[in-house]
Structures are given as structure tokens and as C-alpha cells.
Design a binder for this molecule. Structure first.
Ligand code: ATP
Ligand code: MG
Length: 651
């Protein structure tokens, strides 16, 4: 499965003049952990400060004396760093390319100069509406240019944005609005995804009827589809009516490095989403540095991250990182399978995308459709591929490399979290040979460690709970409104360390392999087996498209293995295939890993960002379908009903 000999060297000819080499990585990594003050103090010069910081870090992970502060006497504005400072040298460079849901709609190219003007106009309008430093603004928009404009306009005036994914329901909007106490919501009449309209404004109307949302004074509505909406005066205002007449310059608010930049709720894979708070200086520095180094960014790159701005990936790697670096970033309104499953590859050809960053869930879904929809496109512009969100199965990795990348493009498998602000473990593409399924090595300044259940640090090639032993600038600073929950969630399990919640293996080469959530690890007769490994073994079978594995209580073994399996398009479900898959997993991993039950799954429960929600599958496997927990972030609840109906019932 993960053949230890399978090392993919950096392709010859990949490196450009600015590419970080192997020796450069080793040297700077060593320096970054030996003298973090010097390393990050120097790195901070990549930003434009109104007042340069004299102090670099002030950190203690000790719950009794807890603090995480970076560049604490520095002052800057994030929107100035993403816009104003590029105007002189690259004002006419394209900052954002917008590709609409419908390929027949003309794409839009917005230069840095134009984006600056748009941000300033909205920032002025927000100020006129009484929004100021520290106020919270909820952004509930489709993937249109205004989403980035809204985030940066908030940053310009020091308001704290809270982006809520445009696919969320009125309940989810209301929960988040109530939690952060927003004064204003920016939304659109409707969104468009896969040819279907999404009633955004109507969802906001419904949300604002729910309890706890009466802090909202104003709703700004972008005219996007021009579908009919119900405007309630004076609360609701058309965006263009309020914004278009504003001056196109706007005095930025001077922000302390530790002033909040945004609140963002986690995906909800493991429970109720947490309101993650990020601050200005450290976050922006970390997003921009990782974006440049991990994607080996060059001036003429066209960079495309397919995430939604409603997730942290969209924050750090569609908006803040790329724009702080003066890059060209593509914003895609649509979905991978509309109007056809070639859409991603067609967009790459249309805009000559050179760096492409997507999620394993999308790769697996497209892999299911075979090579033909990929191979009919050119993709000659691509030079680097990225993956984020879940462990990528080696099978999907190879397909991504060989079929999408034509064997020419390195893959950066980037491990990180909403909480970490930016990528913590990933290859640097010119420096680190890759292995399918491994996120490889830590980024500068990041000190991962594996601990056992007692918090003892394990050395060498081993497996354990992934912790980070020291701070990095992009680290979250608090759970909004509940600082104690922040400390309790992340710093209590293993005192003095940040606990990620993920399990991980480290191999002989010091490479890290995420094995899945710690809560998902299955213990079969004393053998600990990660879900990622089992799922990757199943996906390796030529008929399997996707798999999710959970443990369930077992009288003899302690825990048994329950696998949910989705087959590739056109394959038939049969008892023989079920037996074949059990044999297949035994031969790939070993007899302890034999699944006890395989349930055919026409679909798997996923978060809106496409992550498999194993906690729900665990409840189904435990035959406790009445205890599914928080399902508000589920993409398609009907999937769960079908699985509950077909579940294996003991006895
Ligand atoms: P919640 O915290 O609400 O349960 P979540 O953990 O899914 O939701 P995110 O912050 O979006 O919310 O996801 C971070 C998690 O995603 C990581 O902890 C890890 O489990 C998984 N992940 C992200 N990237 C990778 C990757 N490259 N390889 C393996 N796992 C990854
Ligand atoms: Mg999480």
C-alpha cells in the first residue's frame, strides 16, 4: 500500500531561481527552531508594518500562565499588506480571476488597483453604517469577488469578519451570528452552484428570525443572480446602492499585531464547531510565508485553490496568503462536476493555471469517473499540485500525480487545521522527495512530536498522538468568547503542548503520516489501527471509489472493524466482492485488520467541506442511530438515513 521504497524525487527541472532547495530547507529549519526569535524577526520583514515590532514572541503553553503573543508591539493593516503595497510595482497585475458557475458566463479579471478601489469603497460604506474597529461582521456570500472584497474591507477598518459558508442553513447562520454578536451581514440575493440557485438572502431572513440574532442592524445584499428577494427596510440595503458612490480610497485602521482579524468556525467533523479566533500580524505573516514556500510561488503563476472562502483554506490560501504575496488567485464559483466532470481541468486550461490546490474528496470523486474526462484536456500549464483536508490515500495520490499531473508535477500534501492558521506539515516541492500519503516534514519553526497516552514524547520511527511543542505565528489565539475552552481543548491533554487531535506515524526518514483523528483509532485485540490506513487499503482495490472505516464494540476483540464502501461508477455490489475485499485488506495490512462488517454505501456522510464524518458512522456501526450528535454541518442528511436503514444489526 504505502510501499516504503516508493520515494518520488523532486522532478529534475522543477526548481526555479527562488525555489527552496533541500540544503536550504535543512539549514533554515534548524535555524528556525534553534533561534526562533531571530528567524521570525527576520521573516516579519516580508510584511509592511506601520510600526515594526521590536518583540518577536511571548509564549507560554502552561495553562496556569498561558499566553500566545507574536510581534506584540507591532502595528500593521492586513488590507494594506494585501493591496496598497502592491500598487506601485504591480497595480495592473491580475489579483483575482473569477470563474463563474456557468462556463458561458464571461470570467472576470480584477487587477490589484481595481481590487484596492473596491475594498476601499466597501470599507467607507461600512464605516458610514457605523461599523468600526472590533465590531463583528458576518459574511455569507457565494464564491464571487465580493467575498474577498468583504473580508479585506473589514480588515481595512479593523472589523472582525466571520465568514459563514454559503451552503449553510438558516440555523447554522443564526448559531454563528449569535455566538459572535455580528452587527452587520453581507450576503447576496442568491448563489449559483452546479446550475442551481441557493437562496442566500432568504436564508439570512430566516436566520434573523431565530433567537440571539438581534445584534444585527444591517444586511447588505449584493445583486448577483438578480433573483427576487424580500427587502426589509431599513434593515436591508442593496450593496451597490450603498457602496458604488463611495470614494475609492480609504484610510486604513492601524491595528496592533495581536488585534483580531477574524473568527472562523471549524468544520464540525468531530463535534460542535469551535469559533477559532485569529489575530493580525502573526496570522498574515504565516499565511503569506507558507503560501510562497509551499507552493514555490513565482511571479507569473496562476494559482487556484478550489476551497470555499467559508473554510480556513479559503481564508489563508485564496485570499490572505496569495494577495499578501501579490499573486494571481482564481476564485471559482462552481463545483467539480458541472456542467461535466472535466470542469476543473477545463478551468485549468482556460486560465493557464500553474498551481492547483484541492481536497482528497474531490480527487476521489473525479478518479471514480476514470481518466478520459481528464485526458481530453491539456493541463500543460500545471507545474505543482496540492492536497488538503484529509489524509490522501496513496491510490488517489498516484492518480493525481500520474493522470492529472502527467507525472510531471510534484504534489504537496499539506497537513494543517483551522486552528493552525496555515500549513504546518508539508513537503516544500523543490526540497523534499515525496511519498504518497505522507505530509512529510514540518514547515519552518514547527516542532511536531508524537506522544503516548501519558504524554511521554516518543522518539524515532513510531506512532502516537500528534502534538506541537512550541508556538508558530499563525496559531489561533482563542475560542471566541470562551478562552478557557481554548486552553481546555488544546493544552490540557498534554500539558505544555498543543494537542492536534490527530494520530500520526513517523517513519525512518522522519516523515510524518497522519493516521486519522485520535478518537477514530481502532483498537483490535490490543492492536491500534488508524482509519486512514484501512481506508487506503480498501481504496486500493480497483472497484472501490471511497471507503470510511470505524470501530464498534466487539465482545472478544474489544473493538471490531466496520467499513463503509462506495464502489466506482458501473461496479456491482455482490457478496463475492464483499469477501474479496475482506481478503484484500487482510493481505494489504494483516489479519488483525480484517473488516468484521462491510456495508455498501451509495454515499458517505461528509461535512460541507467534504470531510468524512466518522463520528456519525461510528454511531450507526454501534447500532445507536438515535445518538448521532450535531449534524448541522452535514452536507447531505439523506445519506445518513440510507445508511441507518441498511446498517448491520447484531443478533
Ligand atoms: P472539527 O475540528 O470541528 O471537528 P475539522 O477538524 O474537520 O472539524 P478543520 O480545521 O477544517 O476542521 O480540519 C482540520 C483537520 O483535517 C485536521 O485535524 C486533520 O484531521 C485533517 N487534515 C487536514 N489536512 C490534512 C492532510 N493533508 N492530511 C491528513 N489530514 C488532514
Ligand atoms: Mg478539528
Amino acid at each position: 500500500m504505502s510501499n516504503p521504497a516508493e520515494l518520488h524525487p523532486v522532478p529534475s527541472g522543477f526548481a526555479g531561481p527562488g525555489t527552496i532547495s533541500r540544503a536550504g530547507y535543512e539549514r533554515d529549519y534548524a535555524r528556525s527552531v534553534q533561534d526562533p526569535d531571530a528567524f521570525w524577526g527576520e521573516a516579519a520583514r516580508r510584511l509592511q508594518w506601520d510600526r515594526a515590532p521590536t518583540r518577536v514572541r511571548n509564549v507560554s503553553f502552561d495553562p496556569a500562565d498561558f499566553r500566545i503573543r507574536w510581534f506584540e508591539d507591532g502595528e500593521l493593516n492586513a488590507s494594506v499588506n494585501c493591496l496598497d503595497r502592491h500598487l506601485a510595482a504591480r497595480g495592473d497585475k491580475t489579483a483575482l480571476i473569477w470563474e463563474a458557475d456557468d462556463p458561458a458566463t464571461a470570467p472576470l479579471e480584477v487587477s490589484y488597483r481595481e481590487l484596492h478601489a473596491r475594498v476601499c469603497r466597501l470599507a467607507n460604506a461600512l464605516r458610514n453604517l457605523g461599523v468600526g474597529k472590533g465590531d463583528r461582521v458576518t459574511i455569507y456570500l457565494p464564491m464571487i469577488v465580493e467575498a474577498a472584497v468583504a473580508m479585506l474591507a473589514c480588515a481595512r477598518i479593523g472589523a472582525v469578519h466571520c465568514v459563514v459558508f454559503g451552503g449553510f442553513s438558516p440555523n447554522s447562520i443564526a448559531d454563528r451570528v449569535a455566538d459572535c454578536g455580528s452587527r452587520l451581514i453581507i450576503t447576496a440575493d442568491e448563489g449559483l452552484r452546479g446550475g442551481k440557485t441557493v437562496p442566500l438572502k432568504a436564508n439570512v431572513d430566516a436566520a434573523l428570525k431565530l433567537p440571539g440574532t438581534n445584534t444585527v442592524e444591517t444586511v447588505l445584499v449584493v445583486r448577483h443572480t438578480r433573483g427576487a428577494v424580500d427587502m426589509q427596510m431599513p434593515r436591508d440595503r442593496w450593496y451597490d446602492a450603498v457602496v458604488d458612490s463611495q470614494p475609492d480610497t480609504c484610510e486604513p485602521e492601524r491595528m496592533n499585531a495581536e488585534d483580531p482579524l477574524f473568527i472562523l468556525y471549524t468544520s464540525g467533523s468531530t463535534g460542535k464547531p469551535k469559533g477559532v479566533l485569529h489575530t493580525t500580524g502573526g496570522y498574515l505573516l504565516y499565511a503569506s510565508y507558507t503560501h510562497e514556500a509551499v507552493f514555490d510561488l513565482r511571479d507569473d503563476d496562476v494559482y487556484w485553490c478550489t476551497a470555499d472562502v467559508g473554510w480556513v483554506t479559503g481564508h489563508s490560501y485564496i485570499v490572505y496568503g496569495p494577495l499578501a504575496n501579490g499573486a494571481t488567485s482564481l476564485v471559482f464559483e462552481g463545483v467539480p462536476n458541472y456542467p461535466s466532470v472535466s470542469r476543473f481541468w477545463e478551468v485549468i486550461d482556460r486560465h493557464r493555471v500553474s498551481i492547483f490546490y484541492t481536497a482528497p474528496t474531490a480527487i476521489r470523486a473525479l478518479m471514480r469517473e476514470g481518466e478520459a474526462p481528464v485526458k481530453k484536456t491539456s493541463r500543460a500549464s500545471l507545474r505543482l499540485l496540492g492536497s488538503v483536508g484529509e489524509p490522501i490515500n496513496p491510490e488517489a495520490w498516484r492518480w493525481y500525480a500520474d493522470v492529472v499531473g502527467d507525472g510531471r508535477c510534484p504534489i504537496v500534501d499539506t497537513w494543517w487545521q483551522t486552528e493552525t492558521g496555515g500549513i504546518l506539515i508539508s513537503p516544500l516541492p523543490g526540497a523534499i522527495d515525496t511519498k504518497p500519503g505522507s505530509a512529510t516534514r514540518p514547515f519552518f519553526g514547527v516542532q511536531p512530536a508524537l506522544v503516548d497516552a501519558n504524554g511521554t514524547i516518543l522518539e524515532g520511527a513510531t506512532e502516537g498522538n500528534l502534538v506541537i511543542t512550541d508556538s508558530w505565528p499563525g496559531q489561533m489565539r482563542s475560542v471566541y468568547g470562551d478562552h478557557q475552552r481554548f486552553i481546555d481543548t488544546y493544552f490540557k491533554a498534554y500539558p505544555g503542548m498543543y494537542f492536534t487531535g490527530d494520530g500520526c506515524r513517523r517513519d525512518e526518514d522522519g516523515y510524518y503520516w497522519i493516521t486519522g483523528r485520535v478518537d477514530d483509532v481502532i483498537n483490535v485485540s490490543g492492536h491500534r489501527i488508524g482509519t486512514a490506513e484501512l481506508e487506503s487499503a480498501l481504496v486500493l482495490h480497483p472497484k472501490v471509489a471511497e471507503a470510511a472505516v470505524v470501530g464498534f464494540p466487539h465482545d472478544i476483540k474489544g473493538q471490531g472493524i466496520y467499513a463503509y464502501v462506495t464502489l466506482k461508477a458501473g461496479e456491482d455490489y455482490s457478496e463475492d466482492l464483499r469477501k474479496e475485499l475482506v481478503r484484500h485488506v487482510r493481505s494489504e495490512i494483516g489479519p488483525t485488520a480484517s473488516p468484521d462488517h462491510i456495508q455498501w454505501a451509495p454515499g458517505l456522510p461528509k461535512t460541507r467541506s467534504g470531510k468524512i464524518m466518522r463520528r456519525i458512522l461510528r454511531k450507526i456501526a454501534e447500532n445507536a442511530p438515535d445518538q448521532l450528535g450535531d449534524t448541522s454541518t452535514l452536507a447531505d442528511p439523506s445519506v445518513v438515513d440510507a445508511l441507518v436503514k441498511d446498517r448491520f444489526i447484531p443478533g
